[in-house]
Design a binder for this molecule. Structure first.
Ligand SMILES: Cc1ncc(COP(=O)(O)O)c(C=O)c1O
Length: 386
């Protein structure tokens, strides 16, 4: 993870509005969360129970997620999606390197090989035009990462998946609340994986959700998130043990009720928080429009980003980061292309858009504690040059 801490202010510099520095992210905890989590602690029923169910029901009703199974992390969601999709040893999964290592790590965990396709320099998302020539008889799935919460070209990816009979998995760790052509992310692909980790815009502390479009696969997800036992249909017998027969490998991946209580509190007002993010993004867009040295990411009208990140391309990036830091403003790449890791085979020079992206992408603060005055301050600081 990149350095996302608040930038230290240069000696003698004027402090930004609202404090000494503006961090890239903050963690949103709803004011009712302490009471809700406290009630779970007082009940002493801490593990997976009715609050997990309630959380799932609200993810479905309010964010449009299909059959969401609440899990203990986004990484668990990716791993379980690959397992339930039947990806295993010898298989290949095509994905973009512009992501966090969890995306490709889980592919390796199931014994498969991550095959990196190039990205669109304009968005940081996988380039559908760079996929087909990478498909081999071993290819089992395409994994689409919605970089910063901006949805990938899902129609093109679905067409490729259908044509080559591949499973389409969305790594939507950054994208709860995003939509594509009017459809919520979490209702489109075969599997969609969300993260509710601490700095995500909907957090349970740590947590995630896995949506499987097919009801049969969804049942398998629910079963295999808890050791492989079908909890709902394995009543406890007179001897005090559940009646079940384990048929395949399961995991201990479920969310717990105290984490669900935090998630439930944070869902209150979620759409208002998203609307506020959109307003801040518009303020940045207007303020930075036409600034020399900055190229905005492409944003199409047929999809709405979840706006987890606010990013763009910048010239003289290190100069930009240092200048912003001296003014108390955090700026970070968040992640650069993960293919450089030895585990994934090392840096691929032929992924030319990824390599260009690695040189110029940057992100500036976007979070629930960010004020309009702070955005004005950041825009003014950028306009002064770097
Ligand atoms: C793109 C992406 N995928 C997966 C993950 C893993 O999510 P988690 O930290 O909830 O396991 C992250 C985490 O930040 C991420 O950024």
């Amino acid at each position: 993870m990149a350095d996302i801490s608040a930038a230290p202010l240069a000696p003698g510099a004027i402090a930004p509005p609202g404090g000494n520095s503006i961090p890239l992210f903050t963690t949103f905890v709803h004011r009712a969360a302490a009471q809700r989590v406290g009630a779970v602690l007082a009940s002493t029923f801490l593990s997976e129970g009715k609050l997990v169910k309630e959380f799932e029901a609200r993810l479905s009703a309010e964010l449009g997620m299909r059959h969401p199974a609440a899990l203990n992390s986004g990484t668990s969601a990716l791993h379980l999606a690959l397992e339930v999709a039947g990806v295993g040893p010898g298989d290949e999964v095509i994905l973009s390197p512009q992501t966090f290592i969890a995306s490709a790590l889980t592919v390796v965990q199931v014994g498969a090989t991550p095959v990196f396709a190039d990205i669109q320099y304009t968005t940081g998302n996988i380039d559908p035009a760079d996929i087909e020539h990478r498909i081999t008889p071993r290819t089992k799935a395409i994994m689409a990462v919605h970089w910063g919460g901006y949805p990938c070209d899902m129609s093109e990816l679905q067409a490729l998946a259908t044509k080559h009979r591949l499973v389409l998995i969305e790594d939507a760790a950054h994208a709860p609340g995003a939509t594509y052509q009017g459809q919520p992310i979490g209702s489109i692909a075969d599997f969609t994986c969300f993260s509710f980790q601490a700095i995500k815009h909907l957090t349970t502390g740590d947590g995630g959700a896995l949506c499987a479009r097919d009801p049969e696969k969804a049942r398998e997800v629910f079963r295999r998130r808890w050791f492989g036992i079908d909890r709902a249909n394995s009543p406890v017998n007179e001897l005090g043990e559940r009646d079940y027969d384990l048929t395949d490998v399961g995991y201990k991946y479920h969310l717990s009720d105290y984490a669900a209580a935090l998630g439930l509190a944070n869902l209150d007002g979620f759409s208002d928080r998203m609307a506020r993010r959109r307003t801040l993004v518009q303020q940045y867009n207007d303020g930075l429009h036409g600034v020399a040295g900055i190229t905005p990411f492409e944003r199409k009208a047929d999809r709405e980003s979840a706006h987890w990140l606010y990013g763009f391309h910048v010239e003289n990036r290190l100069g930009f980061i240092r200048t912003m830091r001296s003014k108390g403003i955090a700026a970070s790449v968040v992640h650069d292309g993960i293919d450089h890791n030895t585990l994934f085979g090392g840096k691929r020079p032929e992924l030319t858009s990824q390599r260009r992206f690695d040189e110029t992408q940057i992100h500036i603060p976007l979070h629930d504690d960010l004020s309009a005055e702070q955005v004005d301050y950041i825009v003014a600081a950028i306009k002064q040059g770097w």
